[in-house]
Design a protein around this ligand. Structure first.
Ligand SMILES: [Zn+2]
Length: 373
């Protein structure tokens, strides 16, 4: 390792040679610095106050120089000091510069690379059908209400005029939540069998007049087959105001069906029974697949079973007994009246798209779903 030599004479030639030796040692040691620890050793070796190379220069050259040579030696030592300081500083900058370029390289972003292709999905056919139905009623001034899928017996049955042990409850094979036996019947939890509980929940919150549609999932203990699923979708509607009549019901639903299935469809109402409406009706629309003829060419029309009519929803005037449960919020059956209707969104999607198995909607098979782009 380089050490400052003691000089025997101080002629310019000797000084020159000695300076060259020192600078070449400085260069090679500076070049060997590759990290912070190296650099500190390098700096201390050359610049330390205690026995650094610069201190050795002072001792061995400057102090040792005879009187006449002192001025030249002093000048040379100063020049060498400056070069050492510069070399130490430059080595540090080189290290930091290296770190910066490494950081830049690691953060570099190649904007010429093609982007990641994320295929755009589409609305599920059932959701699309629900949105279309909701839109038809929105245009008539209806707003959307939603409610919980886990319901109490009170909201799902009792307040909708299904008293305990009433046979109408048997029409809906209910999925109950386990371990509820110790609760009072009306507090027991179940998976809602229809979207109708949201009618009561909304009437509890909002005073009449009211016009709402309620889209959502419902559950029944039906074994899955081509036309049944334990989970399916309903859309329900409710209008309450003064002087609402069955004529309003017919006019509203006829208009909505024309918006959904085309202006040429006709509607027909047939008497039916639901616990929460009186009178109740089933609404048929003229078959929008065969145009009401019951035939497709020479083949019988399957969706309408050749009758030319498709049953599409249940409806009726709200039973005054139902208003009794929300009378405290302004629903006095002597002052207001209303109608309600409900339909299965999956069934309508099946008819609209000619799907022959409801299970296809819920199996998540992309080959099936891709057809609805
Ligand atoms: Zn038909």
């Amino acid at each position: 390792m380089y050490e400052v030599p003691k000089l025997t004479d101080f002629t310019p030639a000797t000084l020159d040679a000695a300076a060259r030796d020192l600078l070449s040692a400085l260069d090679s040691e500076a070049a060997a610095v590759t990290n912070d620890a190296d650099w500190k050793i390098f700096r201390d070796r050359w610049m330390a106050r205690k026995n650094g190379v610069l201190m050795q220069l002072n001792e061995r050259w400057l102090k040792a120089a005879p009187g006449p040579a002192k001025r030249d030696v002093g000048q040379l030592v100063n020049e060498l000091k400056a070069k050492v300081e510069t070399a130490v500083e430059t080595a540090l900058q080189r290290l930091q510069g290296g770190a910066t370029s490494a950081k830049l390289a690691s953060e570099c972003l190649d904007i010429t690379l093609p982007g990641i292709h994320r295929p755009l999905g589409v609305e599920h056919p059932v959701i699309r059908t629900m949105n279309e139905i909701v839109a038809a009623f929105r245009n008539l001034g209806y707003s959307v209400s939603e409610g919980p899928e886990i319901e109490s017996d009170y909201y799902n049955f009792e307040s909708l005029n299904f008293p305990p042990n009433h046979p109408a409850r048997d029409m809906q094979d209910t999925l109950f939540i386990a371990d509820q036996d110790r609760k009072a019947l009306r507090d027991r939890l179940l998976l809602r069998t229809h979207t109708s509980p949201v009618q009561i929940r909304t009437m509890e919150k909002m005073k009449p007049p009211l016009r709402i549609v309620i889209p959502g999932k419902v559950y029944r203990n039906d074994p899955p087959d081509a036309s049944h699923s334990p989970m399916f979708h309903q859309i329900e509607g409710l209008a309450v105001d003064t002087n609402i009549t069955f004529g309003d019901l017919k006019g509203t639903l006829d208009h909505a069906m024309k918006a959904l299935f085309g202006s040429s469809v006709k509607t027909q109402f047939r008497p039916s029974f639901f616990p929460f409406t009186e009178p109740s009706a089933e609404m048929m629309v003229s078959c929008f697949i065969c145009g009401g003829s019951g035939k497709r060419g020479s083949e019988p029309c399957r969706p309408c079973k050749t009758t030319g009519w498709i049953e599409i929803l249940g409806c009726g005037m709200v039973d005054p007994n139902v208003f009794e449960f929300v009378k405290h919020n302004g629903y006095d059956s002597k002052k207001v009246s209303g109608f309600a209707f409900g339909m299965g969104a999956d069934r309508i999607a099946i008819l609209k798209y000619g799907v022959d198995d409801i299970q296809l909607f819920f199996q998540g098979d992309v080959r099936f779903l891709e057809q609805f782009r």
